[in-house]
Design a protein. Sequence first.
Length: 431
Amino acid sequence: MPVAGSTAVTPAVSAAPGAAEHWGPDFGALRRQDPELAGLILAEKDRQSGCLQLIAGENFASPAVLAALGSPLANKYAEGYPGHRHHAGCELVDLAERLAVERATGLFGAGHANVQPYSGSSAVLAAYAALLVPGDTVLATALPHGGHLTHGSRSNFSGRWFRFVGYGTRRDTGLIDYDQVRDLAREHRPKAIVCGGIAHPRHPDYAAFREIADEADAYLIVDAAHTLGLVAGGAAPNPVPYADVVCATTHKTLRGPRGGLILCGEQLAGRVDRAVFPFSQGGPHMHSVAAKAAAFGEAATPAFAAYAHQVVANARLLAGALAAEGLDVQTGGTDTHLVTADVSPLGVSGLRARALCAAAGIVLDKYALPYDTRPADECSGVRIGTAAITTQGLGENEMAQVAALIVRALREERGVAAAVAGLVRDFPPYP
Ligand SMILES: *Cc1c(COP(=O)(O)O)cnc(C)c1O
């Protein structure tokens, strides 16, 4: 059922300073009650701030987002939607969810938002459930060309329940082959076309995808899991005007809590909402919904717009510096937070590159490139993202240094770990 009304929300309670400190994220209670677990959490916090975090889907959520996540909203059952819950006592969480929905629709110019998906994968599942029936044909990025598991992997519900046809990127340019997408759409008449993925460093041409989808009479689903934060900050094109449904995560470039989000027009609102609850989920995680509201509030600020632009500027500088050091940067650069590069010119595999970097305190992913000649687990590429280090405050001056550290690690030079530790010491993610 669609969310009723869209009137401005008046907070029913005021957040008096200090009122919530007894459950605040100071770990005091956890440390006293369970020092073993508290120790693990604090050690992980130190690991995150003590290394260079270059995993493309990771970020540092703000203390405000973490406070909402650690709040008693985690206790509340609220099956249904604001104004239509299966449980009593939902008046305040109704306000929190309405706040999240209004902020999301405002931020992205969408007719409707569902803020309940537990994760990006849950959002994709619900999008398929809203538009498709099992056995339908779906055209999506082939997994070896950067598609996500939910885009047709045989080990995922998507590949098991739908008939996926994959399009890819061109061998010569590394860019999406729109002629192939159009030909496959004409040949297979898919019920839906999915664009967006896990590693392609360029934005899809949403207008081209819309045109191809219209010609094939197919729905267009944009999986903007990686890039929606850049959209929020005005540093990437907005897929909302082109797509029937946009799915995303809230924890990647959007820098919110781990979770999912669906945006669509009002005409699909009921189908999308029913596909989330009751079709594929139970009670929403209200602490996470509240944290999403906090993140959408942050993402609407000029500071976040500056952040999003800096993420892309940093990725471009990093791509350029890595190319200058001899790595084969895919598509010749990036328009996003993502850089993928072939590390073969330095005489290592992607797997070996990941291990050498990890030993130096540089945390990045190996990545099987399109047309990769090595076995998938070994592969030839690495995938790097600048969302987390940009949140820490690394900027133009540091990107050449980051690239040099990566290359020094790949060359097994001495002293890299100490240099990494020295660099991140100046950029604590949490003051
Ligand atoms: C990250 C990602 C997802 C899945 O998100 P989870 O929160 O890990 O379930 C789905 N699609 C794409 C394109 C992604 O990058």
